[in-house]
Ligand binder design. Sequence first.
Ligand SMILES: *Cc1c(COP(=O)(O)O)cnc(C)c1O
Length: 417
Amino acid sequence: MLVVMRPPSVDSLARSLSDTGLPHPLLVEVAREAIAADRVSEAHALAAVRRRRLLVPVVNATGVLLHTNLGRAPLCHVPPLTYTNLELDLETGKRGSRQERTASLLAAATGAESAMVVNNCAAAVLLVLAALARGRPVAVSRSELVEIGGGFRVPEVMAQSGARLLEVGTTNRTRRDDFGRAVAEHDPALLLKVHQSNYRIVGFTESVPVRDMSGFGRPVIVDLGSGLLDASTPWLDGPPPSWLRGEPAVRQTLAEGAALVTFSGDKLLGGPQAGIIAGRADLVDACADHPLARAVRPGELVVAALQETLLAYLRRDAAAIPLWAMASARPEDLRARAARLGGGKVIETEALPGGGTLPGVTIPSVGVAFAGDLTEQLRAHCPPILARVIDDRTVLDLRTVLPADDEVIAEWIAQRP
Ligand SMILES: *Cc1c(COP(=O)(O)O)cnc(C)c1O
């Protein structure tokens, strides 16, 4: 007797996948694909792949603290699942500002007179230039016309803002006098300094410190990018870690005379994706009054997460900021965790700050190594584990693994063939 196996109907196949937790319309897509490709028996695996294309938690064992592909700083604060007083003043019952409370916390943490929050640092720079320099020149050193990852290029942001780029000095050397001449000849609205986040110019170089730029009677804007709040890291036990040396910080840059600084929320601040403008109150107000401010304002999720991050700084509670908890973990503690994983060879590694910050800087760390490239297998684990391949070994660096995720790695090790 000849039995012809008919393919199942799309609908019944989709229904049979409902235990994957995906909503029916997505399972219908998976079922269609499986039938069309003659892979009905693999439908469950295809549904799992579809599931993993959604946003899912992953274990970052790359040793890169601020990994752009993994959302930069890990987020820990779950916003309240209810209404909030986002734009309500509870004292007066009148409309309030979504900016004021983070502004006051930022002021307490950095000494800034005022501050405001936008979607990201690129938006912060765009807004500052549009609000304070539209149609006017902005002087920037030729060594700082940078491109940060993801399409942020200073000359292009400048053009979009309506400000005019006024290049000063040379690629390798810019002096105070170069700015002096630019001010005298071109009457710039602002002097802009852009932190060389992701590259270094070495050799015969010279640049103008903020203190010297601030002597020309023009507001000095410093795009810091990475958002280290205070170079003395009062939220950490002990002195600032040596790998932070040379990284400009918000408090000190303002104290040196910057009128405004701009920085990201999800780099060394260790908070949610956001952009922060901090400094002189009159200039922050001018930014807040510009029509673009409404287009780049932060949502409630960001305001809530940023508030919790800043409160942790003010409590000097680095343990509550995952980025700092991981960044300041002692190598001996990482070694003990590595030894407890139950497999692999425990090795010394070099973790990286990442996120386009501190190029060339490494942080001593510890990991476990396995022969060969196992990264695909690790990515297929649930939850996915991301690792690096170094010298034909797969290295799982514990510096960037949340201690609670050690058991995920232990589980992966235990189930290896
Ligand atoms: C990272 C960075 C930016 C862009 O920040 P986003 O928050 O990603 O928009 C801008 N300027 C500098 C100097 C940076 O390092």
